[in-house]
Design a binder for this molecule. Structure first.
Ligand code: HEM
Length: 123
């Protein structure tokens, strides 16, 4: 199976990862106020984006257009603290689903998330 998306079994992996990530966000005092009260769409967009990035269908683009992540994060003040909080929630979330990944895929998704979080710091 030649894409990460296929190897992890498709959408459900990304939905579970994002659900676990948002459990962290809900209890984080820096992050929670940045997000809307209702997290349903926030969850859906992040899961669609990650699934697409890792080789799944272009469903995120179809709904939201080009990701332009830096631009989409402009409204939020992403300090080093906020970035580290985001990354901790994401890596803790990843721990809950990492048994579904090969060591290589685990390393790849971790590297990507760390890199992307560093790129999105804007304050
Ligand atoms: C560095 C720390 C980060 C913070 C504090 C942060 C915060 C946010 C916030 C507040 C939203 C808006 C949610 C909403 O209105 O529903 C958002 C949206 C989003 N974020 Fe982040 N984010 C961070 C990093 C990342 C990273 C690293 C990625 C990708 C790997 C990412 C992907 C997305 C996506 C796909 C959306 C939805 C965009 C859309 O509206 O279509 N974020 N983020």
């Amino acid at each position: 199976m030649d894409t990460f998306y296929e190897r992890v079994g498709g959408d459900s992996f990304f939905v579970d990862l994002v659900d676990a990530f948002y459990v962290g966000v809900e209890f984080n005092e820096i992050l929670r106020p940045m997000y809307p009260e209702d997290l349903t769409e926030s969850k859906r967009f992040l899961a669609l984006f990650l699934a697409q990035y890792f080789g799944g269908p272009q469903a995120y683009n179809a709904e939201r257009g080009h990701p332009r992540l830096r631009m989409r994060h402009d409204p939020f003040r992403i300090t080093k603290k906020a970035r580290d909080a985001w990354l901790k929630c994401m890596l803790d979330g990843l721990d809950t689903v990492s048994d579904r990944l090969s060591p290589e895929d685990l390393r790849d998704i971790k590297d990507y998330l760390v890199m992307a979080a560093h790129q999105l710091r804007n304050a």
